[in-house]
Design a protein around this ligand. Sequence first.
Ligand SMILES: C[S@@+](CC[C@H](N)C(=O)[O-])C[C@H]1O[C@@H](n2cnc3c(N)ncnc32)[C@H](O)[C@@H]1O
Length: 337
Amino acid sequence: MNPDQTSTGAAQRRGLFRAGDRVQLTDPRGRLHTITLAEGASFHTHRGYLDHDQLLGSPEGSVVRNTAGIEYLAVRPLLADYVLSMPRGAAVVYPKDSGQIVAMADIYPGARVIEAGVGSGALTMSLLRAVGDGGSLHSIERREDFAAIARGNVEGFFGGPHPAWELSVGDLSDVLPTVAEPGTVDRVVLDMLAPWENLDAVAEALAPGGVFISYVATTTQLSRLAEDIRTDGRYTEPEAWESMVRGWHLEGLAVRPQHRMIGHTGFLLTTRRLADGVEAPQRRRRPAKGAYPVAPDGAPAVDDSELWSPEAMGERLVSDKKLRRARRDVGQAPQEA
Ligand SMILES: C[S@@+](CC[C@H](N)C(=O)[O-])C[C@H]1O[C@@H](n2cnc3c(N)ncnc32)[C@H](O)[C@@H]1O
């Protein structure tokens, strides 16, 4: 391969530190600080400061000392570090789940992928890396302010616009039919409160055999989604799982699991689009008695659509002030009227 023809974002992840690079500093206690290098700037803590010029022109993996003699290890943040330190509007998909999504939804270079919602753009970056410059990712987000934060984060990570990425503001079920011909999409990835509301739009867009993967935070959402997929009839039997990652403490003979871990992020569910006119094979096992207390066809006995609010799902609401700050931090401040 011609070394000048590297994939988007690859060149800026290599070489000596330059102005504009994000650099992750680790102090002797393992605390992380992320700075953006600029000539003449300095990084202050309550114990001394460090000139950015000490880092400019140094290789990654350098150790620098501040004015109080505290040593910092300097490296470029990995994608997993970047998503956890970048400005946020909505909660992000954690790297452990992004990895599962890319692997289990079989996101491959060149794939045509639809994603919604975009939130802060964390999952978007993993999807863009997986489809590569020759693939296509169309991300749809209903909130303009979240979309702006996501654009700032994604372009900050790749060093500019990604050639495979398009971002639309709107509701998935309104936007999807306008951006994808029926039966042309390889993969659909949803991370939203009520993914079941979009099963029709997703089934229209997906190619036969295409994968639909959804990330949901609670078992109540998981159950509703699985039952609505079965009722829809255009999808294969859904599969669901969660992943738990437990870090390990490594010190001499004291090798054991760490005491703290992230106990819960979300559940993943996958299913595939059947060919048109095909009926899903009958499930061999009959459901356990009492598994469907509401109605055997999966339809709720009462209209419960009002119940599915962010507050009811335990989502933390983000203040307007915090959102304005996140937009400023990623260079996407709203235009003054
Ligand atoms: C938890 S966030 C997504 C986080 C994102 N995956 C990330 O890793 O940063 C859920 C997003 O879905 C958006 N959303 C919910 N329903 C939607 C819909 N029907 N169409 C488009 N976006 C939707 C919300 O506005 C919110 O920003």
